[in-house]
Design a protein. Structure first.
Length: 449
């Protein structure tokens, strides 16, 4: 049983399967892919519905007058969690929106570059491509295949920036993750941010897998822009992300995405466009992002309830330690059962998160030979990779009521598994059996049917 304010009413169950009843999963469904969309406990659902009901009961009063006060409470909670001034934090729907907001607000001159890494989230790479199509900006992509060491990554970044400077260009901004999406590995974002400071590059940290996943201290990090989803790992309903812009950079973020009532145009002749919303004593930055068109902002208001829920479980360190430990141990166990290995570098830093990546027992040459024997010799390697990926994913969904994130990476197939408080080792041992069976069926050619 749980209370409406988001906290468990009785002693909380032990982490693992006993915790499933706190969540909204269909009976029998195993959620081994928490990282993509997250989920939230039942008491948070009740809080969400409560705010949605209030918005419907008195739409104008709630949206125009009560919501701004409530969202400030959420901003104050996140400010404490991230150790950042509350005036530097606003909400956006998701991390992709935050990265787009940064890129589309910056003004690029010829010779200015956007630097990013090979493992950037796909939607953010498309954002870079769009900006380079529509502005003078150019892009630099640091190519590599994991596992690489943190030292190599930071050195490659420094060398790329220094080369551009030597060629008379300027790296205006660098985009990098806290934890990469696929494969699910931790980046040395603290060191990359420090390098940006030293080299005069704006740092945009994509913390899609950030708050509630790895420890984030924005006071120490002092990056130029940071966005983090709360709906992935913090038990807040979708979609909800925090967007951090230090005061020194807020003048650069003139418009929300989309542009809305808070935008302040440059002075020009003629009457001013008046903001129809109630006047605010907050900063122009905060006011701008407070109302961005009519959407369901109720998830933003659930942050205090999520914090109370997490505190009742023991707090951030307790949750983080359980998930990280489970990810490490389950990855090793699945790799043992499959007879393969996990994705890790020599420093052992890639797995310092709630993800584990395990190699599937499939060899590309053998799989391509099967395709040729079946008269599919015209398929390219990438196409074969995707056929196998989709076969394993879809079979897992339809036949085993689970989803496991697969990636064809470095000419091999990897499964990214997520650790969360409603999972335990037995879930991953079960997953290894499913994966082993599906891989055997791949080698029988079923992925070509």
């Amino acid at each position: 049983m749980t209370e409406a304010n988001g906290t468990p009413s009785n002693a909380t169950p032990q982490f693992g399967r006993g915790f499933l009843k706190e969540f909204l999963f269909e009976k029998g469904y195993r959620n081994l892919n928490h990282g993509s969309f997250g989920t939230y406990p039942r008491p948070i659902r009740d809080v969400l519905h409560s705010f949605q009901d209030q918005a419907e009961a008195r739409p104008d009063r709630f949206i125009r007058y009560e919501y701004p006060e409530r969202v400030d409470e959420s901003r104050e909670v996140v400010a404490e969690v991230l150790n950042a001034p509350v005036e530097t934090l606003v909400f956006v729907p998701n991390a992709t929106t935050g990265v787009n907001t940064v890129l589309r607000n910056l003004v690029f001159q010829p010779g200015e570059k956007i630097l990013y890494f090979a493992t950037i989230y796909g939607a953010c790479e498309k954002s870079v491509e769009y900006v380079t199509e529509t502005t003078p900006a150019e892009a630099i992509k640091i190519q590599y295949t994991y596992p690489v060491s943190d030292d190599w990554l930071v050195t490659a970044f420094r060398e790329a920036v220094q080369k551009e400077h030597a060629d008379g260009n300027k790296v205006k901004i660098a985009i990098f993750d806290t934890v990469v999406s696929l494969p699910g590995v931790r980046m040395p974002f603290e060191r990359l941010t420090a390098a940006c400071h030293e080299l005069g590059v704006l740092s945009c940290v994509d913390g899609a897998h950030g708050i509630g996943h790895v420890e984030i201290d924005l006071g120490k990090l002092d990056c130029d822009f940071f966005v983090s989803n709360l709906h992935k790992w913090y038990f807040v309903p979708r979609g909800c992300a925090i967007f951090y812009v230090p005061v020194r950079n807020q003048h650069l973020m003139r418009s929300t995405l989309p542009t809305s009532h808070g935008f302040v145009p440059k002075p020009k002749p003629g009457p001013k466009i008046i903001n129809p919303l109630p006047p605010s004593k907050k900063s122009a930055f905060v006011t701008n992002y407070e109302f961005v068109g009519t959407i369901d902002n109720s998830p933003y208001l659930c942050v205090p309830a999520a914090l109370k829920y997490r505190e009742a479980l023991g707090g951030e360190a307790v949750i983080r330690d359980y998930c990280a430990d489970l990810a490490r141990k389950s990855g090793a166990r699945v790799a043992e059962l499959l007879g393969t290995r996990i994705l890790e570098n020599e420093e052992g830093t890639l797995g310092n998160c709630n993800f584990t990546n395990v190699l599937l027992p499939l060899k590309l040459q053998d799989v391509e030979n099967l395709a040729k024997e079946a008269g599919k010799g015209e398929l390219e390697t990438g196409e074969v990779g995707m056929l196998v990926r989709e076969f394993v994913i879809n079979s897992g969904l339809k036949e085993h009521n689970t989803f496991m994130a697969l990636i064809f990476y470095g000419q091999q197939w990897w499964v990214r598994l997520s650790a969360q408080i409603y999972l335990e080792m037995a879930d991953f041992e079960w997953a290894s059996g499913v994966l082993k069976d599906l891989c055997e069926r791949v080698m029988k050619g079923e992925f070509l049917q």
